[in-house]
Design a protein around this ligand. Structure first.
Ligand SMILES: *Cc1c(COP(=O)(O)O)cnc(C)c1O
Length: 226
């Protein structure tokens, strides 16, 4: 078995999530998205066997290779940036977490219309305003969400964010609370948005306290990446 400790790690993560929900007092349900990037298809099999039904990949090509290699009933999440000329690949994913611009939204909408079924996506918000990170700023969200609500090939189901690498607890809470406020803005613009995708191996407990409904976990489940 390639990931012998996975079941124990899943149990540990679930118990930490339960405790964090309790501390946060928001009562939300939290989905674990098992991030299998850089690992082989066997990580997907292991995740499925350990009871995880959601798998996240950040690159389309790598994801599709794994989808073709395993046939387990998991939901695939695309958690990384997508180029506009690759929107058709969204057909193979349950949820796209990284809708990061109005132009990409237009392309995703066009694809949703073309295939006759809208695409479910989360808008990525750049709460900390980092130049190196993609996503909508708070100001762009306010400007663009109403327009996006008219794109019927696209359904905005919530918000995704990533905290700054090395952020301390105060900054993490500020970032995650900012994403929660962004979700309220998105909802207010008329989107069927309920999901808050935030929290990775190093910061998921704080994210859950702040209201995360999806945590994206790689390292803490599968060990360090090469
Ligand atoms: C790799 C990745 C993760 C998982 O990171 P870990 O720190 O290994 O848990 C989560 N979200 C995104 C967008 C990623 O690219």
């Amino acid at each position: 078995m390639l990931f012998p400790e996975l079941e124990a790690r899943v149990a540990e993560v679930r118990s930490r999530i339960r405790a964090a929900v309790e501390r946060g007092g928001r009562g939300q349900t939290v989905t674990i998205v098992a991030v299998t990037k850089t690992h082989g298809p066997e990580a997907v099999l292991a995740a499925s066997e350990a009871g995880l039904a959601d798998v996240g990949e950040n690159r389309v090509q790598e994801a599709v290779a794994k989808m073709d290699a395993v046939s387990v009933p998991v939901r695939w999440h695309l958690i990384g940036h997508l180029q506009r000329n690759k929107v058709k690949s969204l057909d193979r994913f349950t949820l796209f977490h990284a809708l990061d611009s109005g132009r990409l939204a237009d392309a995703v909408h066009a694809f949703g219309v073309e295939r006759g079924k809208s695409v479910d996506a989360l808008v990525q918000v750049n709460v900390a305003g980092e130049a190196t990170k993609g996503g909508f700023s708070r100001a762009e969200l306010e400007q663009q969400m109403v327009k996006l609500a008219s794109l019927d090939g696209l359904r905005i189901r919530g918000v995704m964010t990533m905290a700054r690498l090395g952020a301390d607890e105060v900054e993490l809470r500020r970032t995650f609370a900012g994403a929660r406020e962004a979700l309220a803005v998105v909802k207010g613009a008329g989107h069927p948005a309920t999901e808050l995708s935030m929290g990775m191996s190093n910061d998921y407990e704080i994210a859950v306290e702040e209201g995360a409904t999806m945590v994206r976990l790689g390292t803490t489940l599968f060990g360090a990446r090469e």
